[in-house]
Design a protein around this ligand. Structure first.
Ligand code: PLP
Length: 491
């Protein structure tokens, strides 16, 4: 047994890179305690084969270089981009956003043409990206007052706004009512009550849907989203009885990076039974069957290793979801299938150009490359494997390095045990696939957020400027009694 445990421990050591620090320590503790040794072994074997496939697929990534050996994004020299706009720099490609959307829409339309694609704003709500998608015909899926304001600012037609989320204030509900958004998907009975009070006061008629809780969830953290089936039925009954509420449909969202298509199939069948019940018992017709987002991007999750990887193709999602709807048509009578993709549309549209600021070797801690970007602007690096590609072409031997960011935090790691050519301070690295939950989730911690440029058919232009010190301090103030004479004089 001791041998088996030390074998597992050694194996785990080799895959440290692919676990977040926390989950690595957790697994180590589990193994030490002889707890689910078999489970850990199974996970390691699965991870081993998934990583092999991932590494093979990532070797084939089709980046081209110019005659100077510099990496190109859409034909543009990444080193020149870094010099022109400074690093770190996010680069968004208009064509990629557009093509990803078109590809998504085309796949689902082929297998179920009565569909609506509503882009999930939270995934990346840069107005330039949301405008491309609006112009392509995408609807907007929003979950907050801020996102509603962005949608209004870029003039999304309210009839193409879907309002979700567990935290809608009376103020924002009122705004959504006045605008006449396509549907407000309520997330609790108390929210429905508040909405009903507002409707009563204002006399406005609302389009209302109900978010269903996913009963098949197997994650360790219990989900707080949606209503269980009984409460959802009660909610629909109340909506049906209210003269000023139009029942529109069901909303479900499984989570993000869902690589098991069966999860969608199970929840659709579950929703179909519920919809049939609503029809037979309450005479309610479901117009929207909204199955949310979750369609995957290229990132290999670092430790969700029970899920299939590489992820199935979009075509497989679309064909299986389409055929499930077809097979259940007698229960659901061909509603609009609403999809709320986020990462599948924007993840691959964006890159980060980042500079090496220091290289050092530490006894027992190995060789480290320190970048001017870390988890503050690639927060998803904590959960996913992000490639780091040198912008200049380097021949010769590769060496094992760890890659860290500029934050004074142990966890600020972009990758461990990477094999990279011998690089120098000042060299540029390019990190692809940063379009989802990085820009919108970036934190302004000890450093301002960086410039963002867009590559489009007319060239390259800034779509968001880096924050200045004045931007960051603009909203702060110091209570008068704390200001000493000295500070006052200096001012
Ligand atoms: C309700 C809802 N819809 C859509 C999405 C988008 O998910 P994804 O980016 O995985 O497609 C999310 C994100 O978590 C969400 O909460």
């Amino acid at each position: 047994m001791t041998n088996a445990i030390s074998l597992l421990q050694n194996k785990l050591e080799g895959y440290k890179e692919y676990f977040s620090i926390l989950s690595y320590q957790k697994h180590l503790r589990r193994i030490r305690k002889f707890q689910p040794v078999i489970l850990s072994l199974k996970r390691i074997i699965m991870m081993n084969s998934a990583l092999k496939q991932y590494k093979e697929s990532s070797m084939n990534s089709n980046f081209s270089r110019n005659d100077k050996g510099h990496l190109l994004i859409e034909g543009i020299d990444t080193i020149e981009l870094g010099n022109r706009f400074g690093t770190p720099l996010y680069v968004v490609c208009e064509e990629k956003v557009r093509n990803n959307y078109r590809n998504f829409k085309k796949n689902f339309t082929k297998y179920y043409d009565k569909n609506i694609v509503a882009y999930s704003y939270k995934t990346n709500f840069l107005p330039a990206i949301c405008t491309i998608l609006k112009n392509e015909g995408a609807w907007a899926e929003i979950v907050s007052a801020l996102e509603l304001s962005i949608a209004r600012k870029i003039q999304v037609n309210p009839s193409k706004i879907i309002f979700n989320g567990p935290c809608k204030s009376d103020e924002v509900l009122l705004e959504a009512l006045r605008l006449g958004v396509s549907v407000i998907n309520i997330d609790s009975l108390s929210e429905l009550e508040r909405l009903s009070n507002l409707i009563h006061k204002t006399g406005i008629t609302a389009n209302v849907g109900v978010r269903l809780h996913n009963p098949f969830e197997k994650g360790k953290i219990p989900s707080r989203f949606g209503l269980d089936i009984k409460k959802a039925f009660t909610a629909c009954k109340l909506i049906g009885k209210n003269q000023r509420m139009n029942y529109r449909g069901i909303h479900i969202h499984l989570g993000t990076q869902i690589t098991n298509i069966n999860s969608y199939i199970m929840i659709i069948k579950y929703a179909a039974d519920f919809m049939a019940n609503l029809h037979s018992k309450l005479d309610l017709n479901t117009i929207f069957l909204n199955i949310g987002g979750g369609f995957p991007s290229h990132q290999k999750p670092l430790y969700a290793i029970d899920d299939p990887w590489p992820a199935p193709s979009l075509k497989e999602y679309a064909s299986k979801i389409g055929s499930t709807l077809e097979a259940n048509h007698n229960k659901i009578n061909y509603p609009y299938l609403v999809l709320e993709p986020g990462r599948a549309i924007v993840s691959s549209s964006s890159y980060l150009i980042t500079k090496i600021v220091a290289i050092k070797s530490i006894d027992r801690a190995g060789k480290w490359i320190i970048l001017d970007s870390g988890l503050n602007i690639v927060p998803e690096a904590e959960y996913f494997y992000y490639k780091t590609i040198p912008a200049s072409h380097h021949k010769g031997e590769r060496e094992k390095v760890h890659i860290g960011g500029p934050l004074c935090m142990l966890e600020d790691i972009i990758g461990l045990n990477r094999r990279l050519p011998k690089l120098q301070e000042g060299d540029i690295l390019v990190i692809p696939d940063v379009g989802a939950y990085n820009i919108s989730l970036s934190w302004q911690f000890i450093k301002p957020r960086p410039n963002i440029c867009m590559i489009h058919k007319n060239g390259v232009e800034l779509i968001r400027k880096t924050e200045t010190v004045d931007d960051i301090l603009r909203l702060d103030s110091i209570p008068k009694h704390l200001i000493t004479n000295q500070i006052a004089k200096e001012d």
